[in-house]
Design a protein around this ligand. Structure first.
Ligand SMILES: [Zn+2]
Length: 356
């Protein structure tokens, strides 16, 4: 089947239109792209900050939703279905996958990184791990009226904080502290609120804090202006007033800045859990406290295991995440103009490219 795509031939060079013919092999499907979000990682590959493990040209685009139009042997049952493609597709068979550590899978397929991605009319991916999307015209199961293009954001933008929150075991009545309110932090606030947690949101930007408050954060706190009281004391008082013991306080660091990292680790007192969320494109030095004395837990989390996407999709379809306001739809051909602008949009939005 003919695939029209926009591909990277050299770092920082404008993406070029090209056509190729793709047929799904055994265990694979060909997905007609309905939406592909532009992520910071796309820009990092474009600019050469993230090296790609295969020869260029490469079609970028990692967060994809679409409709299965062809399937190889063993994947025929996917034909005709709408899907969200997880941003990373582990093999499901290796030692890491069998131990529940699929993030360590050496055979992970990452669209737009080690295979062609979604800045194209179609993308060929493994069928294993795809997230089946139900009929979106059913108002009972999709009260918010989300469309398939918008659901592309589930692939990585929503999945990244979701995985960290799920892995931390956050439940109703816990305290969730988000340090850094970029798009991952603001989605994390919503996911935590949906789980019934009491949410603290920390950021130096008053606009972001206001948005976190609108989304349900009970304590949006400007880290530069805490009325003479240290952030840690505000957080301790907040947890204490809600009767929440230290082992039910979870901290999510979703910001790449050294300052946020230091603040997050500074809040890691006895019994608490800290998740460092999302890939880091730069290096930061964590000021790690005495974890043994604190009986504290720290873990890193990027991406999301495919088996979590069904519950993630249900959460999105329930209308508890403000996804529509995050999406700015553009035609796929927009990628030929100032690609950098597409990766950084004001108002926490993500550009979702839609083939004509
Ligand atoms: Zn594997």
């Amino acid at each position: 089947m003919r695939v029209d795509a926009w591909s990277l031939r050299a770092p920082r060079a404008p993406l070029v239109a090209e056509s190729r013919v793709e047929f799904p092999r055994a265990g694979e499907v060909l997905v007609r792209v309905r939406g592909c979000a532009v992520r910071a990682s796309d820009l990092a590959i474009f600019s050469g900050r993230i090296p790609v493990p295969i020869d260029l040209p490469l079609t970028l685009g990692n967060e994809i939703s679409g409709n299965v139009v062809a399937a190889g042997r063993g994947a025929e049952h996917w034909r005709g279905h709408d899907v969200v493609i997880p941003s990373a597709l582990p093999c499901g068979e290796c030692a890491a996958c069998n131990c529940g550590r699929s993030a360590m899978c050496p055979r992970t397929v990452i669209p737009g990184r080690n295979v062609h991605g979604g800045f194209a009319t179609h993308v060929r991916v493994p069928a294993r791990g795809l997230c089946l999307v139900p009929f979106l015209g059913d108002k009972a199961s999709n009260p918010g009226g989300l469309d398939l293009a918008t659901l592309a954001l589930l692939s990585g933008t929503v999945a990244t904080p979701y995985q960290a929150i799920a892995r931390s075991g956050l439940v109703e009545g816990d305290v969730a502290i988000f340090v850094g309110l970029g798009i991952h932090g603001l989605l994390g606030v919503q996911i935590a609120v949906a789980r019934g947690a009491h949410v603290v949101a920390l950021d130096p930007d008053p606009v972001r804090l206001e948005r976190a408050g609108e989304l349900g954060a009970e304590l949006p706190l400007l880290i530069d202006d805490t009325a003479g009281k240290p952030v840690a004391e505000h957080v301790d008082d907040f947890a204490s007033e809600r009767g929440c013991p230290p082992w039910r306080v979870r901290i999510y660091e979703t910001c790449e800045k050294q300052r946020c990292r230091e603040l997050a680790f500074g809040l890691l007192t006895a019994g608490r859990t800290l998740a460092v969320v999302g890939n880091r494109l730069g290096s930061v030095s964590p000021p790690v406290p005495d974890l043994a004395t604190h009986d504290a837990t720290v873990f890193g989390s990027s991406g999301c295991a495919p088996e979590r996407y069904a519950e993630l999709l249900q959460l999105a379809l329930s209308g508890k995440l403000a996804l529509k306001s995050l999406v700015e739809v553009r035609s796929l051909a927009s990628v030929q103009h100032r690609f950098q602008d597409l990766a950084h949009r004001p108002g926490f939005r993500r550009v979702v490219l839609v083939p004509e």
